[in-house]
Write a protein that binds this ligand. Structure first.
Ligand code: SF4
Ligand code: SF4
Length: 428
């Protein structure tokens, strides 16, 4: 299908690699001079794999653009998850000082990165940082439009005063949202993925506390075979049930980096299998074909299905979006360009604000009162995010990456590149 540059999973040397299809599945194969040949599954269904070579490494995420800038504000965490790619734990103590965040933000904004417009505060567990509230306030004061906090939710469940303070900074403007780690509801799931007991009620309490204070939670599910694959449907249904206070769920097939660099990589889940499982476990709320890439980052890097929710029912609308194979068609290209301009920053608002929703509804031929739908909260989104590791590393994807972690020197680096090659190894 193409050649690219990948990494040897043993020595991390960059080496040539070949992406190819065999019996309807897509693999990445490479040979290290010292460690021999390795092969990794990239998609278990080639019809749900969207590919691009180096010539596709342009577009909205070319030079100096980041859709998301991630600041890892602490190494400390109140969990020690076996799956943690940052290898965080209560043993770690490093916290980013507020002044360091300010200096990094100033430098990035001066370098034109302010257009990212959206940052994530991550870790470790950012809610254990004593200056989290000040950091959110600082980001808004610097003109950042949206701040996401990537959290396991434990502190949000137990410390209502912290939730109240965060809500006060947001001021009811939906500018502060929470990517909430939520791997399912079974006790066994949390024990195996997070190494902790009794987390399910804690997650529910965190959702409750956020909702009570008018704050958005966006569940993020790490999915692994033999553990919580069968819980995908329950998590997606929970999001629909909580709509509109919850309207996005991100499904992340586990990847094998940091503390989770282990032999289970041979059983990895891929984007295509997760898309099929969403369809199967939600009784067709979405079909696998409702998932497609977005015109941002590399097409293999994210797949999205969008539904409109009305009276508790989901109407899958992304099946009406132009298919990836047509994006270069002159009749379709202008629409894709408009998505490209607007979607990376605030996908849902862009849909609602830019007449795209009207076009979509025309397509749907509802002949309905569209005005009441013209709000981004009318939608529910199911995203599948297949991060890469040393087995699946594809330089074409990294070159077009728009999810950048701000490294210790303040430079934005592709998150997959950082995790695979550049994260300080001392902790691992
Ligand atoms: S995965 Fe998240 S919650 Fe778990 S140890 Fe790492 S930082 Fe903490
Ligand atoms: S972080 Fe990884 S998966 Fe996400 S856009 Fe960048 S290269 Fe792709």
């Amino acid at each position: 299908m193409k050649t690219t540059i990948s990494t040897c999973p043993t020595c991390l040397e960059k080496i040539p690699a070949r992406l190819f299809e065999r019996e309807g599945r897509v693999y990445l194969s490479k040979t290290c001079a010292s460690h021999g040949e390795t092969e990794a599954l990239v998609a278990d269904d080639a019809s749900l794999h969207w590919n691009a070579g180096p010539e596709g490494s342009k577009g909205c995420c070319s030079l100096n653009h980041s859709c998301t800038l991630i600041f890892e504000i602490t190494e400390r965490c109140n969990l020690t998850c076996p799956t943690c790619f940052t290898a965080s734990s209560p043993e770690q103590s490093w916290m980013m000082p507020l002044a360091e965040l300010e200096a990094k933000l100033d430098r990035l904004i001066a370098a034109g990165k302010g257009a990212a417009d959206m940052i994530q505060l991550s870790g470790g567990e950012p809610t254990v940082h004593p200056e989290l509230v000040d950091m959110v306030e600082l980001a808004f004061a610097k003109g950042i439009r949206k701040v996401y906090v990537n959290t396991n939710g434990i502190r949000l469940a137990r410390d209502v005063e912290l939730v109240r303070r965060l809500a006060a900074v947001d001021g009811g403007r939906d500018r502060l949202q929470f990517y909430l780690q939520l791997d399912g509801f079974e006790e066994r799931t949390h024990q195996l993925i997070r190494g902790a007991k009794g987390l399910s009620p804690v997650k529910r309490q965190a959702i409750h506390n956020l909702g009570e204070h008018g704050l958005f939670a966006l569940p993020v599910m790490t999915v692994t075979r033999g553990v919580n694959l069968e819980e995908i449907g329950a998590v997606v249904r929970m999001v629909v049930e909580h709509h509109p206070r919850m309207n996005t769920v991100i499904l992340q097939p586990a990847f094998y980096a940091g503390r989770y660099d282990n032999d289970r990589s041979a059983q990895r889940l891929t984007l295509s299998e997760v898309a099929r499982e969403v369809a199967r476990q939600t009784n067709g709320m979405f079909s696998p074909e409702d998932f497609g890439p977005i015109p941002c980052s590399h097409p293999s890097c994210f797949a999205l299905a969008v539904g409109l929710v009305r009276d508790g029912k989901v109407i899958p609308v992304s099946r009406y979006f132009p298919k990836f194979s047509t994006w270069k068609d002159p009749a379709v290209a202008p629409t894709i360009e408009r998505f490209t301009d607007r979607m990376p920053q605030h996908m849902l608002e862009a849909l609602a604000e830019d007449n795209l929703l009207d076009e979509l509804l025309d397509l749907l031929s509802q002949g309905d009162d569209t005005a009441s739908w013209a709000d981004y909260r009318s939608f529910v989104l199911v995203g599948i995010k297949p991060f890469m590791d040393a087995h699946t590393y594809d330089q074409d994807r990294v070159d077009r990456c728009c999810v950048h972690v701000v490294d210790r020197s303040g430079a934005p680096v592709s998150l997959c590149e950082y995790n695979t090659l550049r994260r300080p190894r001392g902790l691992l």
